[in-house]
Design a protein. Structure first.
Length: 380
């Protein structure tokens, strides 16, 4: 049963969120993967610990049990056979735990992990790219730089120094696994484990490549041109096939996924294919109506205000919103009108407004003597 704390293995606090746990796992898995680590035996052991910790902490139910009961909450002792105490029934000091250990050992090492000497596909990569709303509207071309594992040019991905051989592993017979037969009162059990000489590859390099230290891949920086189509939205994903990590032993390369993040615009907002903006007009413009200029991602537009437009009225300018990525339709540009009330009035403006108010039947508060004296000395 493991004794190391799962939170310590992933390097996260106990109150870490699911996203933090996932980020920590990805970083550790990439660093300690046996395919990239120099000490493969130590890396494989640590890699198993990392996977086991992530399997528990990423599952809310398993994590709750682990937080309450520790390692006992996720193993056989959390229910199972812990109630049998010292009952062995002739199965040795380990009892049922030893038998279960043989079953699980065989299950963990069987299958694809037991033999890995065939070509395998490289990992996919993710790149986060920020774009402006204008770039999302009209489309753009962006240059990106990123690091990835590329096939070693010197050894062509074999991991062997040019002119030397890659030979079958003599310890496991090129199978990549070691088998052990154990006789128990229940019968014969066969356990399998990854060969510690070839690390499951089934073959060994006589002379490791001096350029990639026998890994067959090297981390290099790559520059790539990404075409962003018009109409993309925040969170859109662009797949670039074959631009991820190089494959292992001649396997195909993974893909690169570019995730787009649209930066908020100071003037315009987006809702699906529609764009929105605010327009401030004066009281006379709202009352009398007329044509006003309105900004949009599609350029400056002319909007016809209806006489008597109220503050909060929304106008729809059809077909001037975002284009569809498929190019089949266009959204609308929605303009919300806000009527501005002047904070200060000149003497003449006040007189005209008072006259307007009286004509409409509104009561106008008369100024006292001192206010009229102040107004007399104010510049028009």
């Amino acid at each position: 049963m493991p004794t190391t704390d799962f939170y310590e293995i992933l390097g996260v606090p106990r109150g870490a969120s699911g996203d933090d746990i996932k980020k920590a796992y990805r970083a550790l898995a990439r660093t300690h993967h046996p395919d990239v680590a120099e000490d493969k035996a130590q890396a494989e052991h640590h890699f198993k610990e990392i996977n086991e910790a992530y399997e528990v902490l990423s599952d809310p139910r398993k994590r709750e049990q682990y937080d309450r009961f520790g390692h006992a909450g996720n193993g056989v002792g959390a229910g199972g056979f812990s109630d049998f105490g010292g009952f062995t029934n002739g199965f040795g000091a380990g009892g049922f735990g030893e038998i279960f250990d043989m079953f699980f050992s065989e299950a963990r090492t069987a299958g694809p992990q037991a033999r890995r000497n065939g070509p395998s596909r490289g990992s996919d990569l993710r790149y986060d790219l920020e774009i402006t709303l204008e770039e999302a509207f009209g489309g753009s071309t962006k240059e990106i730089n990123f690091n990835h594992l590329s096939s070693c040019e010197q050894c062509k991905g074999s991991g062997a120094e040019p002119g030397t051989l890659v030979v079958p592993c003599d310890r496991c017979g090129a199978s990549g696994v070691m088998r052990q037969v154990r006789q128990t009162p229940l019968g014969q059990f066969v356990t399998q484990s990854t060969c510690n000489k070839c690390m499951g590859d089934g073959q060994v390099v006589q002379t490791p490549c001096t350029s990639c230290a026998g890994r067959g891949r090297k981390e290099v920086e790559r520059k790539l041109t990404v075409r962003v189509p018009a109409g993309v939205d925040d969170g859109s994903r662009i797949r670039i096939a074959g631009s991820g990590e190089a494959g292992i032993r001649g396997g195909p390369a993974g893909d690169l996924y570019v995730y787009l993040a649209v930066v908020p615009h100071p003037k315009f907002r987006r809702d699906g294919l529609d764009t929105m903006t605010d327009l401030v007009v004066s009281f006379p413009q709202a009352a009398l109506g007329g044509h006003v200029k309105v900004g949009s991602l599609d350029g400056e537009l002319s909007l016809a205000l209806h006489p008597g437009t109220q503050s909060g009225t929304r106008y729809k300018m059809k077909g001037h919103g975002m284009p569809s990525v498929r190019g089949t339709q266009r959204g609308d540009h929605l303009v919300t009108v806000h009527v501005a009330v002047p904070a200060k009035l000149t003497k003449r403006q006040r007189e005209l407004l008072e006259e307007y108010a009286r004509a409409g039947g509104d009561r106008v508060e008369e100024k006292n003597f001192f206010d009229r004296v102040k107004d007399a000395f104010k510049p028009d």
